[in-house]
Ligand binder design. Structure first.
Ligand code: TYM
Length: 347
């Protein structure tokens, strides 16, 4: 029986995460909830990061040219955020066919009811007409599980909204392992401490996301003047004092979270700075700190986009590294399931 080379106890722990190229720009929630951790973890982990372009066509698929352009913009932004192709494998999901090969096996282990309970599917399908939602949207979390398990990832840095998908991934790994023998590493989510998600600036009861209005979302590629305007118009709460209290003061606490994360300071220190000051002073400080972050970020992204050949080279190298690991895992998983090995020369 084939052995999974990944189960070597001496290997560095591995991290895997993915992000959808569903708009021209990532937003502050993506960066603070996930990408900041991706950058930090590449220093100590064997890191695999992918732009999940297959996932991007599960719901409201964009025009092909738009998808191509968003995918390149996503890669450039990941590099601008600090991913280093020498320290991580950066690749496109569609370049490593083992993701979909493993998905099929995992789909056959997933209950219909279990998939129906995924809240992201319920949210997205209820916004349109559930009857017209794609089967791809329904099985989306299983593809996500395959993205993770095919790399034997130990850790998966994500925002709070992905917790349920990570639970499903863990369940599927355990189910496969108990049925066919130990094959997959059961991954742990890495979710930033604190309130867990960055909230919409206009509606602090909802997470910042691509699906809500533009005024509540700071896009990393927005003009600095738009960033400052959106923050200064953020909905705050009753009262005037700057306190960190996500239940009673969700809008103000969200601004404090953003300021602490963008300036890399603890929340208590940030709050202490505003002793005796009001919401206006807080908003100005958040606007200045966020502009100081997004301005050079947009410049780096545009410089990277000016050299598409270099982006392609990085993606090709990333896919080679990722493909080697993913092929080894799928070969073992297929053998354990009972599929006969293909003849030489065919995978
Ligand atoms: P996606 O593309 O919607 O978001 C990318 C990452 O950003 C985080 N995020 C947030 N964090 C905090 N506050 C917010 N307001 C906020 N909005 C988004 C998300 O939690 C995510 O970590 N299903 C995933 C993509 C995916 C994936 C994977 C992730 C596909 N395969 C494998 C990890 C591992 C998604 O839709 O993320």
């Amino acid at each position: 029986m084939a052995r999974i080379p990944e189960h070597d106890p001496a290997r560095r722990p591995r991290v895997l995460s993915g992000i959808q190229p569903t708009s021209g720009s990532f937003h502050l929630g993506n960066y603070l909830g996930a990408l900041k951790q991706w950058v930090a973890l590449q220093e100590t982990y064997d890191a695999f990061y992918c732009v999940v372009d297959l996932h991007a066509i599960t719901h409201n698929p964009p025009e092909p040219d738009v998808l191509r352009q968003r995918t390149r913009a996503a890669v450039a932004q990941l590099l601008a955020a600090g991913l280093d192709p020498e320290r991580c494998a950066l690749f496109l999901q569609s370049h490593v066919p083992e993701h979909t090969r493993l998905t099929w096996v995992l789909e056959c282990l997933t209950g219909f009811g279990e998939a129906s309970r995924m809240t992201q599917f319920k949210d997205k399908s209820s916004r349109g007409n559930a009857e017209h939602s794609s089967v791809g949207l329904f099985t989306y979390p299983v593809l996500q599980a395959a993205d993770i398990l095919v790399y034997q990832a130990d850790a998966v840095p994500v925002g709070e909204d992905q917790r349920q998908h990570l639970e499903l991934t863990r369940d599927l790994a355990q189910r496969f392992n108990s049925r066919y023998g130990h094959t997959f590493t059961v991954p742990e989510p890495v979710i930033p401490k604190g309130p867990g998600k960055i909230l919409d600036l206009q509606d602090p009861s909802a997470k910042m996301s691509k699906s809500l209005g533009d005024a509540g979302r700071v896009n990393l590629l927005d003009d600095p003047s738009a960033v400052a305007r959106k923050i200064k118009r953020a909905v705050t709460d009753t009262g005037t004092a700057v306190h960190f209290d996500p239940v009673a003061k969700p809008g103000v606490s969200n601004l404090i979270t953003i300021l602490a994360a963008v300036t890399d300071r603890p929340v208590v220190d940030v709050v202490a700075d505003f002793d005796g000051q009001g919401y206006g002073a807080l908003k100005s400080a958040v606007a200045d700190a966020t502009v100081a972050f997004v301005e050079p970020f947009a410049k780096r992204t545009n410089d990277l986009l000016a050299d598409p050949g270099e982006l392609d080279r990085i993606l090709a190298a990333g896919a080679d590294r990722a493909g080697a690991v993913a092929c080894a895992t799928v070969a073992v998983a297929y053998e354990r399931v009972g599929f006969l090995a293909p003849t030489a020369g065919r995978r």
